[in-house]
Ligand binder design. Structure first.
Ligand code: SAM
Length: 491
């Protein structure tokens, strides 16, 4: 809804074109906010922490995505190649400063009693027991990325972003995790490849192992210190409540109700393999009263899930359809002939040879089904470059890919890599449909066994072989943004 904006006859040059994309989409977002009496984005400490609230129509969310994409490209184009290197330095300095600010608890020491509350550098330095000059250098650096403000000379106040870090413990621990774990791990990537060889897929020969001087795999190392485990749990809470990996995409992104209609008798059975403490199964059970679930995980998690469910206020009509089972997914699947085997956020943690084992272990169980068993994989499908996915979105998906490499020697996969993985596990595993729920960082890959497959037959691996279902949300007023992608993993 760009309103009264006049579209220029012709936008002749790349800078103008990008600037026009920015203007057009900024107007769409601003007018939406104003027409719904919502606050405009602002760096003021009482500014909104989300630019667009939950439930904003897809077209407006796309406009915001296109705005960020065009603004980033505009900056890069205007800066030009000669300023590429100097513009890298602020990025790592921001992370260095963030680490320092968290270490000395500066976010909590700046007053947040009112939007206008401020503190002098001298008093803040005294409260944090740090030298005033260093505090000033660091705060003035991060002010260039909208953390803190200096509304009057030598007095510090919160910005919207620093205020969020001060009041939200989970965001604070997310920042802490990022600066103390993710950043040192990323910087150790080359050293790890030098030390272990660039082809290593061992779980304890990663950049994380180099950065933290440990021979233990990531989770075993974290478990040594309960403080680290708690910090990671806070990080995961943020990740799982963020829009991109929200459980609603599992619930709404696949036609689960169809399983019941295709079933002659009884309740369809879903086995959630590596289902943790049952979060996904419980969400599905709430929405689909005719589905039964077995949640499998390592014994400790399965026991924790069983205990938590029993102690919860979940009604009997959900509890009666939920079973927890200890099972190591690198061993053969003990539940034969289930209607669905679900692997959500599992395979991306593992290098190909283990992912192949996990898949192979499911095939004999799938073969036992009366009607066709389905395997549903919910994981990221990496986009191909330059296919209309905004760079602001693509770079975050690629961060996930690199994180998997640096922490687990694993990776995210593109569609061809998913097809190849399935083919390597068993030539009969066929990718039937790919669902891409709007706003989800992960797709749902529906896989079945092709029982007519003949060994030795070549599997074509061309794109478009299977049905791709894009976006579960209704498109309304088109913005003519030139973007037809609905990628949005912003949270
Ligand atoms: C990233 S979590 C995903 C959890 C869940 N599927 C979800 O979507 O929230 C990976 C899960 O795999 C489980 N896991 C790791 N190794 C396993 C193994 N060998 N067998 C079974 N589960 C395992 C972990 O305990 C964890 O719950």
């Amino acid at each position: 809804m760009p309103g009264k904006l006049t579209i220029p006859e012709k936008v002749a040059y790349p800078l103008e074109e990008l600037a026009w994309e920015c203007t057009k989409n900024a107007v769409a977002v601003s007018q939406y906010l104003s027409s719904h009496n919502l606050p405009q984005p602002s760096h003021s400490p009482d500014g909104p922490s989300r630019t667009l609230p939950q439930g904003t129509p897809a077209s407006i969310r796309q406009a915001r995505e296109s705005l960020m994409d065009a603004a980033l490209k505009l900056f890069q184009l205007a800066a030009g190649p000669s300023e590429f290197i100097p513009n890298l330095a602020p990025g790592f300095q921001y992370v260095a400063c963030l680490t320092w600010l968290l270490r000395y608890d500066i976010f909590h020491l700046v007053p947040d009693s009112s939007p206008t509350a401020t503190v002098s550098y001298a008093d803040l330095a005294a409260a944090a027991s740090v030298p005033e000059a260093r505090l000033k250098s660091i705060i003035r650096m991060v002010m260039t990325c909208a953390l803190f403000r200096e509304p009057s000379p030598n007095r510090v106040g919160h910005s919207a972003t620093s205020a969020l870090l001060a009041r939200d413990a989970d965001v604070h621990s997310w920042a802490s995790y990022l600066s103390t774990r993710s950043a040192p791990t990323a910087l150790a990537m080359t050293a790890a490849h030098d030390r272990f060889g660039p082809n290593s897929v061992a779980k304890n020969e990663t950049a994380y192992n180099v950065a933290f001087a440990t021979e233990l795999p990531f989770f075993d190392h974290l478990a040594l210190d309960p403080k680290n485990t708690a910090e990671f749990a806070g990080y995961m809470r943020n990740v799982t409540t963020s829009e991109g990996v929200n459980i609603k995409h599992l619930v709404e992104g696949y036609p689960w109700a169809d399983l019941s209609s295709s079933q002659q008798e009884g309740q369809p059975l879903i086995v959630d393999v590596g289902g943790s403490t049952g979060n996904a199964a419980i969400a599905l059970a709430k929405s689909f009263p005719s589905l039964r679930f077995i949640v499998q995980d390592l014994p400790d998690n399965a026991n924790a899930g069983r205990r938590a469910a029993a102690a919860s206020s979940l009604p009997e009509q959900i509890l009666s359809r939920l079973t927890f089972q200890g099972h190591d997914f690198t061993e053969p699947q003990p539940v034969l002939g289930a209607d669905v085997y679900l692997l959500r956020m599992i395979l991306h943690d593992w290098p190909d040879h283990v992912a192949v084992t996990i898949l192979k272990n499911l095939v004999p169980a799938m073969l036992e089904a009366d009607t066709k068993s389905k395997l549903i994989i919910m994981d990221t499908v990496l986009p191909a470059p330059n296919r209309g996915v905004p760079s602001t979105v693509e770079r975050i998906v690629r961060v996930r890919d690199l994180t998997m490499m640096q922490v687990f020697n694993s990776r995210e996969r593109d569609l061809d890599q998913w097809r190849a993985l399935l083919a390597e596990a068993d030539g009969r595993l066929r990718l039937r449909r790919v669902m891409e729920p709007f706003g989800s960082a992960m797709s749902l890959l529906e896989v079945e066994l092709d029982l007519n497959w003949v060994k030795g037959e070549t599997i074509e691996s061309k794109e478009g072989q299977e049905e791709v279902v894009v976006g579960a949300e209704e498109e309304e007023d088109s913005l003519d943004s030139g973007e037809d992608s609905n990628w949005d993993i912003s949270g």
